[in-house]
Design a protein around this ligand. Structure first.
Ligand SMILES: [Zn+2]
Length: 162
């Protein structure tokens, strides 16, 4: 139903509701019923769907019309205030965000460059020291040493609880 036409009430727009206010032109609902509802339901739905005469619910229609007008105006006022508040928020936050990004990006690049270099230095020192240690370790026969120094040992090469 377009915004400024008076409200119209119908019986049995939907099968689980006795009556309701139309929210769109009833031709749309009728087309939908004809196209989408099970064939066995269509005749019944179309037979029972009917407008409630204005003369029988005059004060209800009028009151609903007044409600619609008040609601519409109040909503438009809300939207106008909300839109302005949002624009003010964005006006403050957008430049701050852009400024933050402009500062943050080069600072991050700087951090990454220093970190990468420090890490490469660590890797090089660590690798050299480990190679020196391993060269010495290879000169020891730990298997033979274990057989000698750990008699009656259940160690099977994998666990002491075989
Ligand atoms: Zn052992």
């Amino acid at each position: 139903m377009s915004k400024h036409t008076p409200p119209r009430a119908y019986f049995h727009v939907h099968h689980e509701q006795m009556w309701e206010w139309a929210t769109e032109p009833m031709e749309n609902r009728i087309e939908y019923i004809k196209k989408e509802k099970p064939t066995s339901e269509i005749d019944t739905r179309l037979r029972l769907l009917k407008e409630i005469p204005y003369e029988r619910i005059k004060s209800l229609v009028d009151t609903k019309g007044q409600y619609d007008a008040v609601q519409r105006t109040a909503w438009e006022q809300y939207e106008a205030v909300e839109r302005t508040a949002w624009e003010q928020y964005e006006a403050v936050v957008r430049p701050a965000r852009e400024q933050y990004e402009a500062v943050e990006r080069p600072a991050w690049e700087q951090y990454k460059a220093v970190e990468r270099s420090a890490r490469e230095q660590y890797d090089a020192v660590q690798r050299t020291a480990w190679e020196q240690y391993e060269a010495v370790q290879r000169t020891f026969d730990m298997e033979a040493l274990h057989r000698e120094l750990c008699p009656d040992c259940p160690w099977d090469g994998r666990t002491i609880f075989p």
